[in-house]
Design a protein. Structure first.
Length: 331
């Protein structure tokens, strides 16, 4: 009797589990996982098509990481800005200015002065950007667009468009030109920034306030969040991180140039949006940003191995940026 009574329960359980699974899959927001699916799909595609051209070689894969590392570092700071429903178009120019300021300071005053000069560029630019946006209410798009031109012009002006060599081996080794044991230094920098950025955004009060401000500034104000301060802080973080990116360029390439970082603002924004951070604010993921940057790096590398010229590569990268914006649309 007991075994007969329990049989229907056992037979119905799989049906309920399947139904629950189907409902769960139907309610899943696949946009959150698009970057990971796209990353695997494109990697496999290039591995099949370009395997004989050296795509899967260890040297080529390491080159992808090296070429992507600085963009990833800059994009981590950009993640906070976009998650807060703001934008920073000045990061590429800030990186270039920081690289030349570091190089010139090292040449005249030594290692520590060079590091301080590079960081000072980010702190000054971030303070100006954040102050104009948070205190005067000027849209961040306009402020940082103007700062893009100012930083690029200053970097070109103070160097007379000439490269500034860096002969300090310690700086070059520490900022991207050397290795930490068997691991390339740029990969260590990238890992540290991604880990730190992800923990702060997801596990701290400040991270929650950034997301709340981006989700709804009015609601955040009512909960007691100082949204002006948050906007100031994310723009300060973005510029400071961009200045570190500029020093990574300088250390890896052993020189400071105003051209370093040119166009990185678009690559960083694309990486952030592709990674799942909402262009409208309120949602952000640093790990997704990492995969967004790696996806762009893989695409760039694959297009070069495929023999496409620079104009064709620009078209493909433009398509990626448009796709990123399309994926970020609100429901």
């Amino acid at each position: 009797m007991n075994s007969q009574a329990s049989e229907p329960v056992r037979s119905d359980a799989p049906g309920r589990s399947t139904a629950e699974l189907v409902r769960g899959l139907a309610g899943l927001d696949w946009r959150r996982y698009v970057i990971y699916i796209a990353f695997v799909a494109i990697f496999v595609l290039f591995a099949v098509l370009l395997g004989n051209d050296g795509f899967l070689s260890s040297n080529n894969l390491l080159n992808i990481f090296r070429q992507t590392a600085t963009i990833t570092v800059i994009a981590v700071g950009m993640t906070y800005v976009i998650a807060c429903a703001e934008i920073d178009l000045s990061v590429g120019s800030v990186a270039g200015l920081a690289s030349v300021c570091s190089a010139m300071a090292i040449a005249h005053y030594g290692l520590f002065a060079g590091i301080a000069a590079g960081l000072a560029v980010g702190l000054v630019v971030g303070t100006v950007n954040g102050g104009l946006v948070s205190l005067l209410g000027i849209p961040s798009f306009l402020v940082t667009l103007g700062m893009l031109g100012i930083a690029a012009g200053v970097a070109q002006w103070i160097t007379s468009s000439a490269p500034q060599p860096i002969l300090n081996d310690t700086f070059n080794l520490a900022f991207g030109g050397g290795d930490f044991g068997p691991v390339p230094g740029l990969l260590v920098w990238m890992a540290v920034f991604v880990l730190l950025g992800a923990v702060v955004l997801n596990r701290t009060r400040f991270g929650r306030q950034v997301l709340a401000t981006g989700g709804s500034r009015t609601a955040a104000d009512f909960t007691g969040i100082n949204t002006r301060r948050i906007k100031f802080q994310v723009l300060l973080i973005s510029a400071t991180v961009a200045s570190i990116g500029g020093m990574l360029y300088a250390g890896r390439l052993q020189s400071g140039r105003f051209q370093w970082g040119a166009g990185d603002e678009l690559s960083a924004i694309a990486a952030v949006i592709l990674g799942g951070t909402s262009l409208f604010g309120g949602r952000g993921t640093v790990v997704g940003t990492l995969f967004g940057a790696l996806l762009i790096g893989i695409v760039n590398n694959g297009l070069i191995l495929a023999g496409l010229d620079s104009s064709q590569q620009q078209v493909i990268r433009g398509v990626i940026i448009i796709a990123a914006v399309a994926l970020a649309r609100k429901k």
